[in-house]
Design a protein. Sequence first.
Length: 185
Amino acid sequence: MTGLSDEELMIRIQGEEPRLLAILFERHHRRIFNYFLRMTGKHDAAEDLASEVFIRVLKYRQSYRQDARFTTWLYQVARNLFLDHVERQRPEDSLDDISTPLRAEQTQPDAALQALQESHLIKEALARLPDRKREVLVLSRYQDMKYDDIATVMGCSPAAVKILVHRSLKELKEIYQEISNGGKA
């Protein structure tokens, strides 16, 4: 069974072989978890949401079109779940405080520490982006999705995705520079 493509497995799951979902879970759980981790900044929330995606895959299996790529459909399910999650969140669960950058006076001239600091700054800058801009960067840069697939997931054209990626990267760079300068523009 593990030699079957994702699409073939999904067709069989639609045909009342739900036990095959375990194979899809093994193949895609980590990537879906990473998507949610980058979108929420919270490990527990990411784990819960990733598990919920596969429950929804089973629940809504009949909505999968056999001519579609499974991963594109899977990310549409994940995106819808994330949007539901955001609506349920209270304002104090904001992404603005998911990481605290290291201060310049705390750093040492150690390359590993410098890389860790930059990683924290990038995470913080990413968390400050609006959801749509953060999502397009997570899908394109961290999930390695093609613009055509992102367009399908986000319900827009590939050209719109390309423009959104460009604008999102520009805004991310501006936020990163502001944070790395201690909040001074």
